[in-house]
Design a protein around this ligand. Structure first.
Ligand code: FPP
Length: 264
């Protein structure tokens, strides 16, 4: 643990290249409050530290070759937090856009928003849309910011829109529903990371996460640095994803793929 903390501080510690990199990583950034309490600080300090950490994790994700990252910044359930904390989280998003947008743009990050803009202030909603528009041609990393997002809410909206579009029941397939989700043009997350030792999805990407690998760590979000992300990706590389198939079927598919590679 100490070594990891030290490495995280040094940041650019050389790490062996990864065998298999997930294309889409989703993160439940949990533990800001506990991180602060542990240090006798107000919760706001935890959120600020968590925001700083987000910057280094975006950079590390780009470095490791992750193509899509989805972060859970504010859930539909977070409205029930004390009003002061809700306002702080709104202010943080605004501040991130004001202060980081240009740098994220230069780093090739395409910002997208998933969730509902209804309910947040008009000014913040406009800033979010402007940030998405400004970065929309960037290709290095797609960063989905789940803000005022809930997985069940997303499914409710999808169903409402399907009904509005007059689609007949017998024409509705998984592909139809998928095409009404916020992430319709993106692959599902390969890996969902949750920090701070919790083992729940908490209404995050519940449709898209059906076959995602889940990685949890005791580390609170503000301490989850580059090395920790690397470790999560290494563990992902060691997992065998079966998508409902048997081990024998997977083995046969891998052998076939190897043969194919050798014959090229
Ligand atoms: C969970 O920790 C974290 C959140 C609800 C907010 C996540 C926000 C950030 C990391 C800042 C970046 C934000 C934006 C808008 C880009 P918690 O407060 O639930 O921690 P606890 O479970 O220890 O109390």
């Amino acid at each position: 643990m100490t070594i990891i903390a030290r490495e995280n501080r040094r940041e650019r510690y050389a790490l062996p290249s990864l065998q298999k990199v997930p294309e889409h990583v989703a993160i439940i950034m949990d533990g800001n409050g506990r991180w602060a309490r542990q240090r006798g600080l107000p919760r706001s300090a935890g959120h600020r530290q968590g925001t700083d950490n987000l910057r280094r994790i975006i950079r590390a994700a780009v470095e490791f070759g992750v193509r899509i990252m989805t972060i859970y910044a504010f859930s539909t359930e977070n409205w029930s937090r004390p009003r002061r904390e809700v306002l702080l989280l709104m202010r943080i998003l605004e501040m991130v856009i004001d202060r980081e947008l240009q740098e994220l743009h230069e780093e090739g990050v395409q910002i997208r928003h998933i969730g509902e803009l209804d309910g947040i202030s008009g000014r913040l909603a406009r800033k979010v849309l402007e940030a998405c528009e400004y970065t929309r041609h960037n290709q290095r990393l797609i960063l989905n910011v789940a803000f005022n997002y809930g997985g069940r809410d997303e499914i409710v909206h999808a169903v409402q829109n399907i009904v509005r579009d007059g689609i007949m029941a017998e024409d509705i397939s998984e592909a139809t529903i998928n095409s009404y989700m916020y992430t319709s043009d993106l692959p599902d997350p390969d890996l969902i990371i949750r920090t701070s030792g919790e083992f729940r999805l908490s209404n995050f990407l519940i449709w898209q996460g059906a076959y995602s690998e889940i990685y949890t760590t005791e580390t609170y979000w503000p301490d989850f640095g580059r090395t920790e992300l690397y470790e999560a990706l290494v563990e992902y590389g060691n997992r065998r994803r079966r998508f409902g198939k048997t081990d024998d079927q997977i083995e046969a598919a891998l052998a076939f793929e190897r043969q194919l590679q050798e014959s090229i």
